[in-house]
Design a binder for this molecule. Structure first.
Ligand code: COA
Length: 171
């Protein structure tokens, strides 16, 4: 299968049923899930998550969740997403990486490519990011890719800090 997107050190590909163990490894880590929700504790729980992902993916529109690998090693690194923010019309960028891959600049590196895809390929006017007020690493990533804090908004049953970035060719 053709890679969806590439950066200097990483690539993204479509998610499939076979990715269940990788997703479980990521979603069952309490540190990874600290600012998101309780970790998943059974493979069945992660299977439900995977089925939700299949339902919300709109690959034909260039939107969805993609599995991320290191180019050098082929190692699973995590996932990136470009999709509707909760039940709003806004499109959000998101990321979740295995702990062993934190602090290498990976989230920033691939998010820049995903942002470019959203603006240049899909032609979105705006892309948002939503994080908890205390998720500093995620806020830093959003800032480094050029998004700006705008407001607190109730999404995904919590109050999130919303960052926004606008399509440079449309402003
Ligand atoms: C958020 C996450 C994807 C960041 O991935 P990453 O590849 O380590 O991010 P980057 O290396 O590109 O950038 C992280 C930045 O945050 C900074 N940072 C990380 N932890 C920090 C902390 N506790 N306090 C202050 N800054 C912090 C890093 O120094 C870096 O900034 P810098 O380049 O200015 O030094 C990763 O931590 C993760 O997967 N977390 C769990 C899932 C999650 O919370 N996802 C986001 C939900 S909104």
């Amino acid at each position: 299968m053709k890679n969806f997107l590439e950066s200097e050190r990483l690539y993204l590909r479509e998610i499939s049923k076979e990715d269940l163990p990788l997703l479980f490894e990521l979603h069952s880590d309490p540190e990874v899930m600290k600012f998101i929700r309780p970790p998943e504790t059974t493979i069945q729980e992660t299977e439900s998550t995977l089925n939700r992902i299949f339902k919300t993916n709109k690959y034909e529109q260039g939107l969805g969740l993609w599995i991320c690998h290191e180019k050098n090693t082929g190692d699973f690194a995590g996932w990136f997403v470009l999709k509707n923010l909760d039940d709003t019309d806004d499109i959000e960028i998101g990321y979740r990486l295995l702990k062993k891959h934190w602090g290498k600049g990976y989230a920033t590196e691939m998010s820049k490519e995903l942002l470019k895809h959203g603006f240049e390929k899909i032609g979105l006017d705006k892309i948002v990011g939503a994080t908890r007020f205390d998720n500093i690493a995620s806020q830093r990533v959003l800032e480094k890719i050029g998004l700006k804090y705008t407001r607190v908004q109730h999404v995904y049953n919590t109050d999130a800090w919303i960052y926004e970035g606008f399509n440079p060719s449309k402003v």
